[in-house]
Design a binder for this molecule. Structure first.
Ligand code: DLL
Length: 425
């Protein structure tokens, strides 16, 4: 669809949703009044910038059902975000929302190359997390055979993959690497499994990590993005060109803002993604701040699709570490580590305060026994080499500690890469 047609489609949907939340959700009515703005002020798509942004805190404050825009009898499913502190954010779906959602997943799956001939194993948790159920119905919709194996029991997961001839792996990128590792431990070369396509998402991962996964599992790794507050997975996904993730703009209006000022940024400018749902009934959201950092590209993709593409999300405004005043993203560290063959792609970033005031950055990374056969002295040389590389990229010094293979904790869902001990005492 040409861009102009898409905008023609978006405007009435946008007007409708803004009007609807104003009339059905007291929170938005009050918020709009507070900002002296009314749904009638929305004449062009660009008028949306005059409306207030919605934050995670607002969603949390309205726990559990305060922002639902339909009566509870019309909500047929609840999901919740995995908050680490306090109450989660609860979202509700109507029957139509579930239909929309499976359609969007079907779309990103087709983009990734999945067909009805595929057997897809979903190793995302089935529960309040949106990953399992979200991907499930969309993959069924396109006629793929779904194996809802959920999380855990990694050895069994591998057995099922081999016995069922699984061709599509659906999980977090970190779990994909863990699967490969456990397979090798059990004498299975993961490259001999029939896997063809990986649909990975739910956490940031770098291009270097993509290469590692592809090499270890012998599949084509694709990225897909989403968040509970907007719908779950299905917001955006890569096509065969893998040159950015196509945003499903007929359902989600996207903006990029300067996280510090809230000012709207242009295409090609890096900032925080903000989404407005255009078709959701149960839980519509206006201008939701994702805290995810990306860049938009509206040039036509090699695949022919015309939707805006978002660059792979490399970090969040809130996973940014400030080390001695310098902004450091875990993805920068990951990128460096993935280029060093003596280490395995398992690491932990530990931040602490030295002498009570000086930020101290330590990167623990597991040795790769296959590539490292040297002595203690060689070990120190590898640590120094990585340290030097990190120093160049981060512009702050980082201590590197090589640790025993498999000594760092593995997670079955989203990986925990950072341990920040600065506020512990
Ligand atoms: O993680 C939804 C999802 C499930 C997406 C399965 C893809 C696959 P939440 O638990 O609410 O929802 O977490 C959302 O995870 O704001 C990003 O920070 C991060 N995230 C999700 N997908 C990606 C990705 C699901 N492909 C938060 N790349 C988002 C980078 C991602 N970060």
């Amino acid at each position: 669809m040409p861009g102009e047609k898409l905008r023609e489609l978006q405007l009435p949907l946008l007007k409708k949703v803004v009007d609807r939340v104003y009339h059905t959700v007291p929170y938005y009515r009050k918020l709009f009044a507070l900002h002296g703005i009314h749904p009638g002020d929305l004449r062009e798509l660009s008028d949306l910038s005059g409306f207030p942004l919605t934050t995670k805190e607002a969603l949390r404050d309205n726990y559990p059902f305060g922002l639902f825009a339909v009566p509870m009898k019309d909500i047929v499913r609840l999901h919740a975000s995995s908050g680490t502190t306090g109450k989660p954010i609860v979202v509700g779906y109507t029957k139509n929302d579930l239909e929309t959602w499976s359609g969007l997943i079907a779309r990103i799956a087709v983009q990734a190359g999945v067909t009805e001939n595929d057997i897809a194993q979903i190793c995302f948790s089935y529960g309040l997390f949106t990953g399992g159920f979200g991907l499930h119905y969309g993959l069924e919709k396109i006629g793929a055979t779904v194996v809802p194996s959920s999380v855990g029991g990694t050895e069994k997961q591998i057995m099922l993959m081999q016995d069922f001839g699984v061709t599509v792996l659906v999980c977090t990128p970190s779990y994909a690497l863990y699967l490969a590792e456990v397979a090798r431990e059990n004498g299975v070369d993961p490259r001999t499994m029939p896997l063809k396509i990986g649909m990975f998402g739910a956490e940031p991962w770098t291009e270097n990590m993509r290469l590692q996964i592809e090499e270890q599992l012998g599949l084509r790794a694709t990225d897909n993005y989403g968040l509970t507050e907007i719908i779950g997975p299905g917001v955006a996904g890569e096509c065969e060109a893998r040159d950015g993730l196509h945003i499903n703009e007929d359902h989600f209006l996207v903006e990029v803002i300067d996280p510090a000022t809230g000012a709207i940024l242009g295409d090609g400018e890096e900032g925080e993604l903000v989404f407005t749902t255009l078709t959701k009934e149960g839980f519509p959201v206006i201008r939701y701040r994702t805290k995810d950092i990306s860049v938009l590209n509206r040039e036509r993709c090699a695949c022919g699709r015309t939707t805006a593409r978002m660059r792979k999300v490399t970090g969040r405004t809130d996973d940014m570490l400030i080390i001695r005043g310098v902004n450091v993203f875990p993805s920068q560290i990951e990128s460096v580590l993935m280029e060093v063959e003596e280490v395995a792609p398992h690491y932990l970033i530990v931040v602490d305060k030295k002498k009570g005031y000086l930020d101290d950055l330590e990167v623990q990374v597991e040795l790769n026994r296959e590539k490292f056969t040297g002595s203690f002295r060689d070990l120190e040389a590898v640590e120094r080499k990585i340290s030097r590389k990190l120093n160049n990229v981060l512009t702050v010094s980082a201590r590197v500690r090589l640790v025993e293979p498999k000594s760092l904790e593995r997670t079955l869902g989203k990986a925990k890469r950072v341990l920040d001990k600065r506020n512990d005492s």
